[in-house]
Ligand binder design. Structure first.
Ligand code: AMP
Length: 308
């Protein structure tokens, strides 16, 4: 199996209560692919950068089995840039700057080798670009997942709803769920999103874990309680990358396997927040992931013998 992902490959300026990082590597597709590469190969990226993006990061991605054939490089132009400041609770942040740069005119072109991929992760970027990727697939993928952000809910709601109608799994945070549906209850909001198209909905709740909705079933995955969170940037994308990488690697779309995938996604996100930018993902080994997933299992395991 393989996994195709589209999303930003970017530079970020980040400010959190524990520090600042300027002009560091970020972007949805960067985090997604680095997380997913632990579970499935190859990962196929569709994205765009300027000629300012570090070759060292591209080499790192290639070394992890990430295929960059669908990554366009625009000479003389600048990569997507985002800057954000986190509040003390680390679950909320303000976007200070979004400079689309190369993304403003991006027309994704899928190499022929990408067009029959079974698993597609439409990472956060312009909804019209996410749609163009679906349109170029020669066969309907087994599973199409999509992540988005308040920026697109505010600026491109109609085209976002159109692409949501074509997908199987929506990955979205609690605040964006409420913004998208106008409904405060996440249970009612998930029902409304089911009616828009997706069979599965994964709602991320930051340090409070994630919920997976499927028909009338719901599953909860905790987040690992961590003493220090350095930088939550990319945690959502890393969650999506771990989840989709695990699904593509196993090829199993049963609800039971989706539950495992949500736990793998949560485990990957717990690494991401331990350092700024992609730093923790660069050095992650398979054994770190196994140990971390076991901590999740231990975190929620309890004896359910009832005494009443
Ligand atoms: P996350 O923290 O998972 O929401 O992802 C943060 C990453 O998304 C950062 O590395 C940014 O470069 C990227 N990003 C921020 N805003 C946008 C946007 N409007 N569209 C696409 N990617 C974005």
């Amino acid at each position: 199996m393989s996994l195709l992902t589209v999303g930003t490959v970017a530079f970020d300026d980040i400010e959190t209560p524990l520090g600042k990082a300027e002009n560091v590597v970020g972007g949805a597709a960067t985090y997604i692919s680095l997380a997913a590469a632990h579970f499935v190969q190859p990962i196929q990226i569709v994205s765009v950068i300027g000629d300012d993006f570090p070759q060292e990061t591209l080499d790192l991605m290639t070394s992890k089995g990430i295929n960059l054939e669908g990554l366009q490089v625009k000479q003389g132009e600048k990569s997507f840039f985002w800057s954000g400041r986190y509040h003390d609770d680390l679950n909320t942040r303000d976007t200070l700057i979004t400079d689309l740069n190369v993304l403003a005119t991006f027309d994704p072109v899928l190499p022929d080798t990408y067009k029959k991929t079974d698993f597609v992760m439409l990472g956060n970027l312009t909804p019209a670009v996410q749609m163009r990727v679906i349109e170029q697939m020669e066969e309907r993928p087994k599973l199409i997942a999509l992540d988005t952000m308040n920026f697109w809910i505010e600026s491109a709601l109609d085209s976002l709803k159109e692409v949501i109608s074509k997908i199987d799994l929506l990955i979205i945070n609690d605040e964006e769920t409420r913004q998208l549906t106008g409904e405060y209850s996440l249970v009612k909001a998930a029902k409304m999103i089911h009616e828009m198209g997706p069979r599965f909905i994964a709602i991320k709740k930051g340090e409070h874990g994630a919920l997976l909705f499927y028909d009338n079933d719901v599953f909860f995955a905790p987040a690992l309680p961590l003493a220090e969170v350095y930088d939550p940037t990319g945690a959502g994308d890393t969650f999506a990358g771990g989840l989709m990488g695990y699904l593509a690697g196993t090829g199993d779309l049963s609800f039971e396997n989706m539950k495992r995938a949500i736990i793998y996604g949560s485990a990957m996100a717990s690494f991401c927040v331990e350092a700024f930018s992609i730093d923790r993902l660069k050095t992650l080994a398979a054994n770190d992931i196994r140990t971390r997933v076991q901590r999740f299992v231990d975190l929620v395991r309890f004896d359910a013998e009832l005494h009443i």
